[in-house]
Ligand binder design. Structure first.
Ligand SMILES: Nc1ncnc2c1ncn2[C@@H]1O[C@H](COP(=O)(O)OP(=O)(O)OP(=O)(O)O)[C@@H](O)[C@H]1O
Ligand SMILES: [Mg+2]
Length: 253
């Protein structure tokens, strides 16, 4: 069974203009795809094509106008918030902005279980330390604050936090774009290890084709909010069908 199924998804942003006029801007058009268990789907496309909007719709941070999204056989709109947090979690691009600067590393990581599952602090700390080990962070760093970590370490904190509720799907929005190239490879390999260990499915968003090629089973190319290419990554990279994908591949280093 597919974990996630997206059918004919349409999303516009409506902004209020002066004198009560609304301006509608279509961002996603008839987007359609499925995600199976233990699979990594890469989503690529240039800035502004709607990648983050899609991530926000899938995590219900944004609503959509039409289409159907099914998660584990349930209509996304009808899933209670608590259950949703156990199904899908998101890792954001900027590990500097997405971590609370006034909380220690272990508190940031433990936050989801303290809030959603009401796990008492001492137990939550034990679980957070165990998760730190899994993402390659030494437990002795647990009482440090975000500014005392490197970018790569911060992204490991973000990943650890996203895994605390044992989600089935991890959505990663440009998770390595802010990192040095050498660090990017380490984080990608970590994600592949975690995917196996936790039996996760992932949606991996990036504007960088080489990153997506390395990590994803399937690749989907978004172009001005439309899916112009989708298939096993090997096929997409070896034998692109759409002119835009060809341009992307040619311009990649
Ligand atoms: N909250 C919003 N209100 C109105 N328009 C928005 C909003 N968020 C995004 N947009 C617009 O929707 C379009 C898609 O934005 P989105 O952030 O999804 O693109 P993206 O593919 O993630 O780009 P990037 O690679 O730069 O992150 C853009 O034109 C953007 O300006
Ligand atoms: Mg984005």
């Amino acid at each position: 069974m597919n974990l996630l199924s997206v059918k004919n998804l349409n999303k516009s942003y409506v902004t209020k203009k002066l004198m009560g006029k609304n301006e509608e801007r279509k961002v996603l058009s008839n987007v359609q795809f499925e995600l199976g268990e233990n699979k990594i789907l890469g989503i690529v496309g240039e800035s502004g094509c709607g990648k983050s909007t899609l991530a926000k719709v899938l995590t219900r941070l944004e609503d959509f106008q039409s289409g159907e999204i099914t998660l584990c056989g349930q209509n996304l709109r009808e899933i209670p918030q608590k259950n949703l947090t156990h199904l899908v979690q998101m890792v954001f691009q900027d590990p500097y902005q997405s971590l609370n600067p006034r909380k220690m590393a272990w508190e940031i990581i433990a936050d989801p279980i303290m809030v959603v599952e009401k796990t008492p602090r001492p137990q939550a700390k034990i679980q957070a330390l165990a998760m730190m080990a899994k993402v390659g962070l030494l437990p002795e760093l647990s009482e440090r604050y975000p500014h005392q970590f490197s970018g790569g370490q911060r992204q490991r904190i973000g990943i650890a936090r996203a895994l605390m509720l044992k989600p089935k799907i991890l959505i990663l929005d440009e998770p390595v774009s802010a990192l040095d190239v050498s660090i990017q490879a380490q984080v990608l390999n970590l994600l592949l290890d975690l995917q196996k260990e936790f039996g996760l499915s992932m949606i991996f968003i990036s504007h960088d084709l080489s990153v997506v090629k390395h990590i994803s089973d399937e690749t989907l190319v978004l172009y001005f909010g439309e899916v112009v290419e989708h298939g096993p990554s090997e096929n997409v990279f070896k034998n692109p069908q759409h002119a835009y994908t060809k341009t992307l591949l040619e311009s990649a280093p």
